[in-house]
Structures are given as structure tokens and as C-alpha cells.
Design a binder for this molecule. Sequence first.
Ligand SMILES: Nc1nc2c(ncn2[C@@H]2O[C@H](COP(=O)(O)OP(=O)(O)OP(=O)(O)O)[C@@H](O)[C@H]2O)c(=O)[nH]1
Ligand SMILES: [Mg+2]
Length: 515
Amino acid sequence: MLFKKEIFKNVFLPLKNFQFRPYVFSSYRYCPKLKSPFLKNKKQKFYSTLHNDTIYALSTAQGKAGIAIIRVSGPNASQAAIKMTSKQLIPRKVTRKKISHPKTGEIIDHGLILWFPGPNSYTGEDTVEFHIHGGTSVVRGILDALGCIENFRHAEAGEFTRRAFYNDKYDLTEIEGLADLLNAETEAQRRQALRQAQGGLKILYENWRKQLIENTAFLEAIIDFGEDENIEDGVLERVTENIRILKSKISEHLNDNRRGEILRDGIHVTILGPPNAGKSSFLNYLAQRRAAIVSPIPGTTRDIIEISLNFGGYPIIISDTAGLRPSNDVIEIEGISRAKDRIKTADIKILILSSLEIMNSIKCDNNYFYDISSIIRDTVDVDTYLVLNKCDLIEHKPDLSKLKEISLKYISTNYIWCLSCLTGEGFDEFQKSFINSLKKKYDSSTSQVALITQARHREHLRDCLKALENFLVLNNIVLAAEELRFATHALGKITGRVDVEEILGVIFQQFCIGK
Ligand SMILES: Nc1nc2c(ncn2[C@@H]2O[C@H](COP(=O)(O)OP(=O)(O)OP(=O)(O)O)[C@@H](O)[C@H]2O)c(=O)[nH]1
Ligand SMILES: [Mg+2]
């Protein structure tokens, strides 16, 4: 056992001075063109100082508008303000100015100018924003004027954000969150994207990564100094326990039923059931338009009819499918096969049955649930939403609860509603509880930690988890340390802490020019 001083020398000093082996990875970011690490010196770190160009672009949408914003970023951004306006600019203060052409001196517009000296700007570089009148000719005039300044060029798609990434303003998960925020179509998507853009995932993964680095450093200390010689008792056990805890946290995080990804891409809801139950009528009622053909002839729907809806703030992609029944008709068989495929990939299944048919079968002493296709019985589960449609045709309303009771004997589900697609009866209740169930299942704001939103995150987390599992079964401490390094590297790939050049293009493509 060591005294405290020696523990400090032998365990914490190596930890402080710990460096990853260069062949595994470097903790520096790499500049894509020069392929050399950025220097630690803050002034020299900027992406633009290595590239020496200043970029500009219209950051608001193209076309006529009340105002337009043109953003300029780079080492010479201040030149835009100096050459095109007259007065001295005050950082982060709005000033109203005449904006003129740097070569001809002609006044192009009167507008508001904002000056953000780096690193306190979106990109981390010196940035100027021109808030001008949103006319096509005004915008074109200012862009042409900027193009006349030396070392100024038009920005590429996502280039402002790319610079922000290189200047450590955001990590990759935050940038993905920003892209999702730009693409968010519903409130739930916006909430999730905002949480990620504000560092929800970054904080989580950076914290895990830090823990891994610390534990690897302890192992390095044991490797360098020998377990029994100089190191405090129980260090290896403590590291093992830490990794075990981390491993269970990561598996719990992975075990999220893909909620974040589903919400980001849209929740796939599939309507299924026997022919003529009112599946297409149900789709049309939700869509508030005649999206699918409705007719009293069983077997009307063959192809999948898919529509996107914003359902109480949740993005839904809802599909109407062919009625499921045994058939000899070649086209109907194909329709049923497509329906079965769609049911398999659904996030939520809604089974539509006709209350009238259940009622009639009770009256005739038949069992409706034995008569419906076995395909239906095989596909439904406790998570299937059961809708008993055509309740307007049940004259004696107390019978509806009886129908629900009987249905639940044969189809065990947690969700059941009686409604009518013809009169709209029961739809308010259905919509309210359907939205509630979506909130419970998919709303990331109800989850304590931010959710995984991209397949890319999941892939690297799985790699990380595998390495931790390997660590826990290895007896060789050198190999075990290598597994921890691999796990750290996998987490670094999610946040962009390691060389991830190949995925940057894919991420920044999601941005428009000017972002
Ligand atoms: N009275 C009443 N009739 C309904 C209701 N919903 C649907 N119908 C009628 O039931 C018939 C079948 O409706 P569809 O929506 O085409 O049924 P489907 O399940 O899509 O049928 P297939 O595409 O053949 O599988 C039509 O005549 C509808 O008008 C309802 O709530 N009440
Ligand atoms: Mg139909």
C-alpha cells in the first residue's frame, strides 16, 4: 500500500500527463486540407487562418422578403464593414448605416450592421452581418460588392457551420441537432433537435469519454509501474467496477426502442384489418381529405396509401393497407403481401374492426374473432391499437362497452376505442389518448437523458460497448487497456473528437448555403 504522496506520484501524475498512443488516435482535430493538427495557440487555431479566405452568403431564404441577412465570416470580415460602411463598429451592437459599393462608392442600401469579433461569434471567426431590405436587386448588389473585396468568396453549403465545428464552437452531435432543428416539421421534432443542439448528447458522451480516459490512465499507471510495486491496492478492481457501471449505462442508453430516431424520421403507423372494416375511411378522417378510395366492396384497397401528418405535434407517416383475408385473386394476394411487409416494419399498428360485424356475430352465436384471418391474429400484440369502427350502427349504446369487453378477451391490447368514421363519434377521445400514448412512447423531453437520434450514434455506441465487454473478460492488462482506448475512440467518433473527415461531408450536406 502506498502513502498518499506516492499515490499522487504514481497514479495521478501519469493520469495528468496521460497521452494516447499516436497510432491509436490523436486528441487533436485535423484540418482536412493540411492534414495536420491544429495548434493549441488560440489565435492560430482558427480554420480560416489556415485557409485565409473570408466567406459570405445570404443566410435568409432566397426571394423577395421584408429583410434579408447576409453573413460574412473569416479573418478579413471586418474589411466588409470598413469598406462598405463609414462609421466605426461596436462589437455586438446594432448600428444603422449606409451600405455602399467598395469600388464605385455607390450606395446600395441602408441597413443594420452587426459586428461579432471572433471567437465570440457563430463560426468562432470575425463575423459581420448585414440586415438589409429583402429585395432581389438589393441582395444581389451587396453580394456583388462583397465579391469585389480581396480574399472574399461565396460560401459553400454548410460552410459557416463547418467553420464553427473546426473552431470548437460545436461538436458533431450539436451540429446534427442544428440540422434537425432546421428540418424539424413538428413540435416534438423541434424539442428533440433543440435539446441535442444545446449539447444534450455532447455532455453525456463527453462525460463517458472522460471517465474512459481516466480509467485508461489508471491502467497505464499499473502497466508502467507494476501492480504490486508502487500502486495503491485495489486500483484494478476499481477500474473494472467503473467500466462495469459505464457498460450498463451505455447498454441502457442503447436500449431505447429507437425512440429518438423514430421521432426524427417520423413515426410509421400502419392501419390493418379485415376488408370493409373502414380502414381507408379511418385514414381519410385523420387526413381530413379523400386520400384513399372508400367503397362498400370488400377488397377495394390494394396498394399501400401513405400520407404524412402532424398529429398533435408528432410526425406521423400513416399507411392504409389491403384488407387481410384468404384470397385467390392474384392482385389481391399481392396487395396482402405488401400489407404484411408494411405491418412488419410499423412502429405502431392500428387494427380496425367493424363493431357491427362483431355485434352480428354475437347475435348469430358465431365467434367473429375465430373468423377473422389468422394473419390478423398473428400480427396483433399488446401494443396494437384496437379501433372498433362503425359504432354509429350500434343502436343500443351500452352495447359498446360489451363489445369492448368481448374484443379484449380475444385481442389482448392496452389500447381500445369505439368510434365512427362516418359521424366522427369517438374521434376526440381517440385523438386525445393516441397523442398521449405518442408522448409517452416518443417524447424525448420526458426522458432524463437525451436520446440517440442517428444510426451513426448507435453504431459507434455498439462498438464502444463491445470493447467494454471485451475489457471485462480479458485477463491481459495491456490488451484490456487497448480495448478501453478503442471504446474511447468510438465515443470520440460520435462527437467528432477524433478524425471523422469521411462523415463530415454527409453531415454538412444537410445545411443550406448561408448556414
Ligand atoms: N356506417 C358506417 N359506415 C362506415 C364507417 N366507416 C366506413 N364505413 C363504410 O364501410 C365501407 C367500407 O369502408 P372502407 O373505408 O372502404 O373499408 P376498408 O377497410 O378500407 O376496406 P378494404 O379497402 O376493402 O379493405 C364503405 O361503404 C364506408 O362508407 C362508419 O364508421 N360507419
Ligand atoms: Mg380500403
